[in-house]
Design a binder for this molecule. Structure first.
Ligand code: ARG
Length: 461
């Protein structure tokens, strides 16, 4: 008698066996599988299926199997198909008939759905902690560099004078939403499928709520068909991780640009850079490029999970076996990316002189001059036109708009000759004027930093 063929089927073709097996991938679930089996065994006692002694024997056996796996002693057998059968087969070897009773009132369908939810919960929490850590690293740098100015860009062209900390806080905002999305997904998956059986439940009197609580779930799933055949919790997590990946990729892109000699805004530490096998002078921002690349993998994982279930009728389909690798990969690559960026940003040097130097030469206070005219009563559209002419004049003279003489300004428009305009042309004063909520004025950024620290539960060091 083999566990996987039952009494019904003759031998399996070798190609079918290769297609059929998943233990190479799903052995990752062994901890959750054993925890689920222990909870199920206890539930079987309460349902009057097992004696207390049998359950104790099973539990001791399962703990022994866990020890063997931990020490790398269990020989995983692909002929046993998956993690569930490998664990159970070893258990039967160790404890005999009690082991053969464990699968009463259970199917691999509710078993694997439970394992996956448990696994995702643990990895999800780990990811939340890592995202928080990255956010805190960014907040620390933003606080340290609070007085450093830089341009704010649109179209990757210098737009207005702004503040490095304000830019870093923008990185952190996306991470806050990523954190929220992961929390939402974890709250929704907090239901235990055990007791759903293969599709339509079980006739044994399981106390499903008690088993759910024993495994740390908020409640039992409400519908056995849905519980065994729905994987939207995976789609949701993978989507949240894909969006996170896109955010990390954008930060990565900026680190690639900023660390080039063309920009020179940041110097990454040796610990997070690589050299070239040919060009000895090279110091490459591979950390940022790899994180940018991982986003493609993360989007692929989410896509795989979405497509996997799109044509599946209600009730478990074996297609679902393919759900493991994309969710394992998604968490693996997302966690690695988050941790690598944390290290890279924590150890990077932000080049203050270069950042502030970028404020010169791009007529960055042009908006401020137009605003100043508008505040004195000129319609903004007219002011925009006048300042456009002023910029053209500065370009003709090969200077920044802030460097034109009062006489040259007055030639463009008489109001521009006024002496008070000196304050308008100063980049730092221009940043300070942008004191609306969400703006880059120092006081606003200090406020935003405090709010963010509160939100992340990370008081100022
Ligand atoms: N390895 C399977 C999976 O991951 C376990 C469930 C198998 N169920 C079945 N009816 N063959 O989906």
């Amino acid at each position: 008698m083999t566990l996987t063929r039952g009494g019904r089927l003759e031998a399996m073709d070798a190609v079918m066996a290769a297609l059929n097996q998943s233990v190479d991938v799903d052995r990752e679930l062994w901890r959750e599988d054993i925890a689920g089996s222990i909870a199920h065994a206890r539930g079987l006692v309460a349902a009057g299926v097992l004696t207390g002694a049998e359950a104790a024997e099973l539990e001791a056996g399962l703990r022994r199997v866990a020890g063997e796996i931990e020490r790398g002693e269990l020989a995983w057998d692909p002929a046993l198909e998956d993690v569930h059968m490998n664990v159970e087969a070893r258990l039967v070897e160790l404890v005999g008939d009690a082991g053969r009773k464990l699968h009463t009132a259970r199917s691999r369908n509710d078993q694997v759905a439970t394992d996956l939810r448990l696994w995702c919960r643990a990895r999800g929490r780990e990811t939340l902690a890592a995202v928080r850590e990255l956010a805190v690293v960014i907040l620390d740098v933003a606080e340290r560099e609070i007085d450093v100015l830089m341009p704010a860009y649109t179209h990757l062209q210098r737009g207005q004078p702004s503040r490095l900390s304000h830019h870093l806080l923008a990185w952190q905002e996306g991470l806050g939403r990523d954190h929220g999305r992961l929390c939402d997904a974890l709250a929704r998956l907090d239901e235990c499928p055990l007791g759903s059986g293969a599709a339509a439940g079980t006739g044994f009197a399981l106390d499903r709520e008690a088993t759910a609580r024993a495994l740390g779930f908020g409640r039992a799933t409400r519908n056995s068909l849905d519980a065994t055949a729905s994987r939207d919790f995976l789609m949701e997590l993978a989507s949240a991780l894909a969006i996170l990946g896109v955010h990390l990729s954008r930060i990565g892109e900026e680190l690639v640009l900023w660390s080039s000699s063309e920009w020179g805004f940041v110097a990454l530490s040796d610990a997070f850079t690589t050299s070239s096998s040919m060009m000895p002078q090279k110091k490459n921002p591979d950390v940022a490029e790899l994180v940018r690349g991982k986003a493609a993998v993360l989007v692929g994982c989410a896509t795989t999970l979405l497509v996997l279930e799109k044509g599946l009728a209600f009730g478990y389909g074996r297609d679902l076996q393919e759900d493991k690798r994309p969710i394992f990969d998604a968490f693996h690559h997302a966690l690695l990316s988050v941790r690598a960026l944390s290290g890279a940003i924590a150890t990077a040097r932000f080049e203050r002189a270069r950042l502030e130097g970028a404020l010169r030469g791009g007529h960055l206070v042009a908006t401020d001059v137009a605003d100043w005219l508008a505040a004195r009563g000129m319609p903004f559209r007219s002011a925009h036109h006048v300042v456009g002419a002023l910029v053209r004049r500065a370009e003709e003279q090969g200077v920044d708009v802030s460097e034109l003489s009062a006489a040259a300004r007055a030639e463009v428009h008489p109001e521009l000759g006024a002496p008070e305009i000196a304050a308008v042309l100063d980049a730092r004063a221009a940043v300070e004027r942008r004191a609306v909520v969400g703006g880059p004025a120092r006081a606003r950024v200090v406020e935003a930093l405090a709010e963010a620290r509160e939100r992340w539960g990370a008081p100022s060091p």
